[in-house]
Design a protein around this ligand. Structure first.
Ligand code: DGJ
Length: 713
């Protein structure tokens, strides 16, 4: 809902529990008024009428107060917009008009006379999430100089004045993604981002700030997340007077993103913001609801249980071996069988074949269709792995088009994992990939594509292109266009975003993929921390988790029970990734039971509300999902100390006046007791885990009445 003040210069956007307000001064400065609990328009107008701070010679009264600080004029804070053209740098805008777009979008249009530049700031409430972005249009007459966009951030968020802000972020590296860390904010800037061409394993593009010691279930939390899958930057800036602003957008520096010739436009990705007063858990649930309702395709459909043989077979694959695995996977109850790397070209190791997207004739003499047909006959869907943005030097594609890779003339072409990055900003590369992938998806009944990206940009050159910097954003737009086009042409095909595990997870990729590969780390204990971080922003509905072999030879040789491995993976979209030909009959039978159990709890896990009951800090760890009358609790005990029984886990999100039956123990529990005193997990020893399925079966009042009736009779 958008409300406008009487003079047409104050705007108030409201969601179910929160409001966002801004004000245009009579000098056309756009000031931030409010972001927090729901307020009335009269409250916003009272904020707008507050006296302006006194002018001081060494500070700007605008700094820390503007909605979108541009470069130029009396501003010393980080600018969100920096342009140059015709020898003039910066922006000096006048307000043009405001407009309402689709779905309650507020658009504020400004114009800079010197550059002929129109700047549109866009705001849209989706639930309590505010989506913001900016659009630049060069309206100068034809023949005028091009405008260079040195930096265009999506938004600047302004927090209320508080003491002692704390910053939460999700940091990591390969095989150790999305680990939550909290630290005190202090004066100056904290900058996170990626200069790698993809979102990166090092940081998820998300930050959260709390000032008054928010806990998991209580307190105010401000959080922001960027919908972009290339290089990016988020700066959290505490100004000299204590004001805090968060500025974020695509690109990692201010040295040039794109050229805008007259008559052209560019739009930033969305930078979404959420205020919540339900603690970190409440904020996560709001982010999850937002993504399920507005970001993830078909999010109300549950994802199938998949099998992927990568950890079992690596590059050494054959049709016969995949058929054998498919038979075993189907017997477990798996619903989607995915052939990973090494089915194409000369791909018998990571040294060759990337770029040649036709089946390896030695390995799949009849192409992929016979295997796909067999997988379908076994009652499963069929998926394949691709890594379209990359090429091996040892490939037909590279031999034919060595200029199609990112490179600087005369310089080394750096290889990581023996591969080079295709320059997707080139239209000829885009056409080639479209033709190859469209043909591939037409050649066999493929239902699922795991789309990988296994190295960072290191030589972002584009010989012959006058403005090679546009390669960075151009690559991401081309990737998005390609996936969007493939989805439109092959509507039955689902997509997974993978980048050596969790290197490309963000709201941008989630708008066009059905799930993500969370991490190459499938160790079930390490996964608890990775999943804990992931859940801060993204829902279980997209978080793929595989059960692999024990000992975990890929990573750490840790030995864990099938139970522990399964319960760890039940927390997301379940997959199996072990070498099933080496699992014993007992193990296969046990696994079949877990898959069956998962299918039963899957709607609650994938579509329910998540409560993090205990953090993975070394002791008992537990999460809970609630959907309607059903609740599922997953609990893990890494190691028991002193023979002590872990304390009961207090549940959340239940009806205190309800009675809940537990399928595992056969016991009935009163909601109020579970909420206040908790559930005993009975876990003991090392690496123990359990699942509890609870269903609300009655009102506690009815039971109490029946009981007192019995007692009286
Ligand atoms: C990296 C992925 O994360 C793995 O799951 C697997 O698909 C390999 N790439 C294949 O090369």
């Amino acid at each position: 809902m958008i409300e406008i003040g009487a003079d047409g210069r104050t705007w108030l956007l409201s969601g179910p529990t929160s409001s966002y307000a801004l004000r245009l001064t009579d000098r056309d400065e756009l000031l931030h008024l409010h972001w927090g609990p729901r307020i009335a328009l009269a409250d916003a107008e009272a904020l707008a009428a507050a006296p302006t701070p006194p002018e001081r010679p060494f500070e700007s009264w605008l700094d820390g107060r503007e909605e979108y600080p541009v470069e130029g004029g009396p501003r010393f804070t980080r600018p969100a917009l920096s342009v140059r053209g015709g020898g003039v740098r910066g922006t000096e805008w006048r307000f043009l008009r405001w407009a309402e777009g689709d779905d309650d979008e507020l658009q504020l249009h400004f114009t800079d006379a010197v550059h002929g530049l129109q700047v549109t700031l866009s705001y849209r409430m989706r639930g309590d999430v505010v989506e913001r972005c900016a659009v630049l249009i060069n309206q100068a007459p034809e023949g005028s100089p091009e405008l260079e966009v040195l930096r265009v951030d999506s938004a600047t968020w302004t927090l209320p004045l508080r003491e002692r802000w704390r910053l939460s972020q999700l940091h990591g590296r390969w095989a150790a993604e999305s680990r939550l860390v909290r630290s005190q904010l202090t004066y100056g800037e904290r900058v996170i981002g990626s200069r790698r061409g993809h979102t990166g394993h090092q940081h998820l593009p998300w930050v959260a700030l709390d000032a008054d010691g928010a806990t998991e279930e209580r307190g105010e939390v401000y959080s922001c997340a960027l919908a972009w899958s290339g290089s990016w930057r988020i700066s959290v800036h505490q100004l000299p007077d204590g004001a805090v602003q968060i500025t974020g957008g695509s690109g990692h520096d201010d040295s040039g993103q794109t050229l805008l010739p007259p008559g052209t436009a560019t739009a930033t990705p969305v930078f979404a913001g959420l205020w919540s007063d339900g603690g970190f858990g409440g904020a996560s649930r709001a982010w999850h609801a937002y993504q399920r309702a507005h970001v993830i395709p078909d999010a109300d459909e549950v994802r199938p249980v998949l099998y992927n043989s990568w950890e079992a077979t690596g590059f050494d694959i054959s049709e016969e071996q995949q058929r054998a695995l498919a038979g075993r996977a189907a017997a477990l109850g798996v619903e989607l069988f995915v052939v990973d790397d090494a089915w194409f070209g000369a791909r018998v190791s990571d040294r060759a074949g990337l770029g040649d997207w036709t089946p390896n004739p030695d390995r799949f003499p009849g192409g992929l269709k016979p295997l796909a047909d067999e997988v379908h006959a076994l009652g499963m869907r069929f998926g394949i792995w691709v890594e379209p943005e990359m090429v091996n030097a040892d490939s037909d594609l590279y031999r034919a088009h060595p200029d199609w890779v990112q490179h600087h003339p005369g310089r080394a072409r750096t290889e990581f994992r023996n591969q080079l990055v295709l320059n997707l900003a080139r239209p000829d590369v885009q056409n080639y990939l479209w033709e190859q992938l469209d043909a591939l998806l037409s050649s066999a009944p493929v239902d699922y594509v795991k789309w990988d990206f296994n190295r960072c940009f290191s030589d972002p050159g584009w010989p012959g292109e006058p403005y090679p910097q546009r390669l960075w954003d151009g690559h991401v737009h081309a990737f998005y266009d390609l996936v969007d086009r493939l989805r439109a042409a092959h509507p039955g095909v689902a997509f997974e975003s993978c980048s050596g595990g969790g290197g490309r997870i963000d709201l941008g990729v989630l708008a066009r993929t059905d799930q993500v590969w969370t991490s190459d780390n499938t160790d079930p204990l390490d996964r608890l921390a990775i999943q804990h971080g992931f859940s801060q922003i993204h829902p279980a509905r997209v978080m793929a988790a595989w059960v692999t072999d024990s000992p975990n030879t890929q990573l750490n040789d840790r030995v864990s029970s099938l139970r522990f491995r399964f319960v760890s993976a039940l927390a997301g979209v379940l997959g199996v990734g072990g070498d099933l030909t080496r699992w014993s009959d007992d193990e296969l039978a046990e696994a079949r039971g877990w898959v069956e159990l998962y299918k039963e709890i899957r709607p609650v896990v994938q579509l329910g509300e998540l409560y993090r009951l205990r953090d993975p800090d070394g002791g008992l760890c537990a999460v809970q999902y609630v959907l309607g009358d059903d609740a599922v609790v997953l609990a893990w005990l890494p190691a028991q100390a002193y023979g002590q029984e872990p304390a009961p886990v207090r549940l959340r999100g239940l009806d205190p006046a309800g009675v809940y039956a537990c399928r595992e123990t056969g016991e009935e529990h009163r909601g109020a007791v579970l909420l206040h005193h908790g559930l005993r997990t009975g876990l003991r020893g090392d690496l123990d885990a359990a699942v509890f399925r609870l269903r609300r079966i009655a009102d506690a009042a009815d039971i109490t009445e029946a009981y007192s009736g019995l007692a009286q009779s």
